[in-house]
Design a binder for this molecule. Structure first.
Ligand code: HEM
Length: 216
């Protein structure tokens, strides 16, 4: 492999810093477009769709880290998983905020009605709720406090969140299903790879990192 299995502390810091800045790219572009009045004819739809898409992208990246690591032996990928998971949460918070603020004007009754009435909103909301405990327990303190087994079991909910995210998208699309099919295939491929590679030892065993546990 061209890339090493492990990185030095300095390389890890640079990698994490670079990925962190890259992950902020979408929100930076959205902010610039918002401030320069460049969000198209329907800014709310634009924002809702962009933040929803980025949520799904970061969920897929998070799901893909373990199978790619197992296949390639790039154990340093583990260092990036928590960050990508938290970015998925960050983008879903922006997505949800856009919806409750600009679509629903903070009308709690209308939001509750919408969540109950429109199945794609129900599914998206369920995925959002499931992500909250995952984000809360992603820090080192709670990871240790929960213990490896319980933490792993809880974080297996990521699989369900990804599936619900795809169903949410699939359900809201009226005609062209190309995009949801692409995301659905990616999620299916990563979930199958995780199942197939379960128990397969990484080529080089990763150093124990408090936050680097993974749902099997
Ligand atoms: C993990 C959770 C979620 C994911 C992965 C997700 C993902 C997406 C995606 C990919 C889109 C379509 C983007 C496009 O058309 O290009 C979308 C649209 C949308 N989502 Fe979500 N979403 C999630 C949670 C939510 C929640 C919690 C709500 C509100 C309660 C919500 C409300 C909407 C709405 C209103 C749209 C726009 C529908 C339209 O334009 O017709 N989503 N979401």
């Amino acid at each position: 492999m061209l890339l090493p299995a492990r990185l030095s502390p300095k390389q890890s810091t640079i990698l994490k810093g670079a990925l962190f800045i890259l992950s902020l790219g979408p929100v930076a572009v959205l902010s610039v477009n918002a401030f320069t009045d460049n969000l198209g004819a329907n800014p709310v739809e634009y924002l809702t769709r962009a933040t929803g898409t980025w949520t799904l992208v970061f969920l897929c990246i998070t799901l893909g880290i373990t199978p790619v690591r197992r296949l390639t032996g790039w154990n340093w990928l583990t260092l990036t998983r928590r960050m990508f998971g938290l970015f998925a949460f960050f983008y879903v918070c922006l997505h949800f905020t856009t919806y409750i603020w600009f679509d629903q004007y903070f009308d709690v009754q209308s939001i509750i009605k919408d969540v109950i009435k429109r199945p794609f909103i129900t599914i998206g909301f369920a995925a959002f709720l499931l992500l909250i405990p995952l984000a809360i327990t992603s820090n080192s303190y709670l990871t240790r406090k929960l213990g490896a087994k319980r933490w792993q079991n809880l974080h297996r909910a990521t699989y369900l969140v990804c599936i619900l995210g795809v169903i949410h998208y699939w359900w809201l699309v009226k005609r062209d299903l190309t995009q949801p099919i692409i995301y659905g295939s990616i999620v299916l491929a990563f979930l199958s790879a995780r199942l197939l590679l379960r128990g397969r030892k990484p080529k080089v065993r990763p150093r124990p990192v408090a936050t680097a546990r993974e749902p099997a």
